[in-house]
Write a protein that binds this ligand. Sequence first.
Ligand code: GAL
Ligand code: MG
Length: 983
Amino acid sequence: MTDPSIRGPLSADPLIVLRPWEAPEVTSWGRLPMNAVDRRAGALSLDGDWRFQLLPAPSMEPGPEWSSSYVPGAWTMQGTDDLPQYTNFRMPWGEFPPASPAANPTGVYEREVDVPAEWAGRRIVLQVGAAESVLLVHVDGRAVGISKDSHLAAEFDLTDVVRPGTRARLRLTVVKWSDASHIEDQDQWWHGGITRSVLLYATEPLYLADVTVRTRLDGELRVDCQVRNASGGALPDGWYVTGELDGQLLAQDVEFDRINEEDGRVSDFLGEARLETVVRDVRAWTAETPELYGLTVRLHRADGSVADTSHHRVGFREVEIRGRDLLLNGERVYIRGVNRHDFHPLTGRTVSYEDMRADLTLLKRFGFNAIRTAHYPNDPSLLDLADELGFYVVDEANIEAHDHAHEIADDPRYTAAFVDRVARMVLRDKNHPCVIIWSLGNESDYGANHDAAAGWLRRHDPTRPLQYEGAAKLDWADPALASDIACPMYAPVEDCVAHALSGKQTKPLIQCEYSHAMGNSNGTLADHWAAIESTPGLQGGFIWEFWDHGILQRVNDGRPAGRGGAGLYDNGVTAPGHRWAYGGDFGETIHDGAFIADGVVFPDRTPKPVMYEHREIAAPVRLEYADGELRVTNRQHFRGLEWLAAEWSLALADDGTLTAPAELPDVRPGETASVPLPFELPEDGGEAWLTVRVTTAEDGAWAPRGTEVCVPQVRLRSAAAAPVPADGGPPVEVDDSGLLVHPLLTAAPVLSLWRAPTDNDELGGAAVRWRTWGLDTLVRKVVGVRRERGSVTVLAEYDTWAGVVRHEQVFTRVEGGVRVEETAELPDGLDDVARVGSVFETVAGLDVLEWYGQGPWESYPDRSAGAPVGHHSVPVDALFTPYLRPQESGGRHGVRHFTLSAPDATGLSVALDGPRQVSVTRYRAEDLTAAAHHDELVPRPGCVVHIDAAHRGLGTASCGPDTSPAYLIEPGTHSWSWTLRVL
Ligand code: GAL
Ligand code: MG
């Protein structure tokens, strides 16, 4: 593998000679300890364009030619020839740990910095927010330090290497591949670069080295401060600390400079001091009520002057595990979580404060209350925002050894890296009330290295539980040192319930990943939650995942659109000439395709339909109707319903919708109250559905007033038997091949058993079976056309490899149109098809679909809990969901009748024999099947309409359980009927 020309001449530089990129024992050199003192305010930002060279290997010397690169950013997104590459778990190269490949892109970033003259006499620190995967720091040619861990900041003391009032030359060398890559083998794009901000800041020589805040629910506050002097110098006499909590002064209670037991001397280099108080009538922090107090800690010199200041936001809350319950402030809270990566379609990895705020406000609006920072500590602002907006966070260390997990988990050469990564995360994030659980990382098997990290963590922070999926993998009840929580991934609902009922459960069961959101997915999410809410011991989980990681790509040259690409996308669809790239789109041969597009939002953060499903499952208000009594339940844990406004609406099958203002009852969390029925039902009508549209009553941190929060619904009355349409209407015209001839149809209704395979269908194996049976290329054979007075019966057959499918259609003239009665007989061998139904195509111009049924967003049989029944109207082009890899999409569940109309109100109407799955799009199933990207699709001018007697559920088989048996299609006879009329 080794190409000697790439290894280059041996450099005299110590940072190069030691080859730290192949030494897992070297986690850092010259790096300052991590701490929780935020130095961003008042720092000198070094973000911007830096001189840049991309070398083929770290041992090469930079030449005279420089280009430039923007910091923070990944060079893989900024015009170099080293492009993003996506692999799930296989390493993109063959070297075994701890080796890395000889061809190893290495970015050299250089710039000058004018060190302010007023920093004379101060301690000067460089902070590099994140660099992947090895950072080497030089100042004016002098070696300063090394750092690894691509998702945490590294700080270096430059006091002795720069001179205030002069200009210094900083060089940050970033080596892409290293021993550390083997433990950063997360399922995401590989990039190289400096992906978070770079700062230079100064403190007084006497400074706050760390601040640790601990709170209790009874209002007790304890602030432990560490004080040091520059370059490890002796502490001056008489220093002390004070604090201020929302204006209330805190004085130093204990000063416990470390006493040397033997001779009674005070440590002269590390000072420790504590501030304590009890806040009366404390306002507790929860995700529902994210109450924060402002804390300022000041370090004083003996004369009282302030040497250093640190600001924190404090939340009073307690986390504990009691039995098999995880308690937050004593309450068994449901964990409605999602896994979140730091991702952006233009930068790859770099996310701004505004981006993160938008992520979190969206999650709040859709009922999420928890985030797992998969699979590394996210940008530090994310936790500030989670504190402020209210999320429970599982903070995860940057350790995933997936491809070589088994070897690395017990490899002592990696022990330091495991402990280092966990410890530095904890030291950075310990003061955030939002962090309720630490995670030791992801998919790295289970070994001594995990126990080493767990040991450090348990001693250092006894206030929070820790979890690690690998430690509880084989036996969820196992009291393994490295997990307090049974946190499996993708466990079927039945297995979770069985565990909770087994009598063996010892830990709360909260899935670290479940309900894989790849493409059109998340079937049975509501079934998961029905089980969670009815089974003690089950407490929730984290959906995989928030983002579809599609990178915005120019189609002409295949490059990432990069900075300046904003505005090129909207509503999940890219502008012409662009597309969402996934694995393989940058010319890489080793990749894992569209498996990177598995989020609940598109790369531009447009919510996918599953978000509405989740919103309803998580609704703070539940409606129930039984025995003539209407009840409202407050499903929150900590607050009343006073922050919500509401409106009733009554949807009647044939008579439209009535609305009335609603008053939500004053019920405490978990309580239920009866409310009077807001409407009198009309005597004669059929089906009636009552919905309460719940919105925010006031402007809030995550939503303006009037934002829809949920739309819970109950059925007040079932459908009356559908009237059989009266005879009459124009004669039915059926041609010799048994096809209906109709002025508004360009393709007559025929049988459909195929859908464009979803990612779940493809990766779970269903699509392979369908193709083997020949369902994608069915040939219709007419075996009989029988014409009677007023009706025509057509019998067709389809040969499949699992037997013959018989399909009968009876076309009858009825008042205003034609009634179509259909029967399909599936042989026993066809025991799991995609759909059984009719498909036809319409003339162009019928551009709006109005329907009575579930909606308005896309829904499928096993993902329909969030789509209320009602009268909906959506333009045809907006019905389709542009999943990154085109697939079955745009379906609406439980449709009873619909019209497709032109602006002049001409068009067609269809009345169904009962609630059916319907889809209206511009694409045939084969159009969608043939396209790999959205930009390859050419919309047809008319509509492709599917009416399904049965439609297979979506399941989650791309990663996790396939569609539950209840949502599969049985062989045998399927019958359905519908009436087509011209408007
Ligand atoms: C999990 C893994 C995630 C992701 C997911 C599939 O096994 O932890 O990182 O790979 O599967 O999308
Ligand atoms: Mg993995």
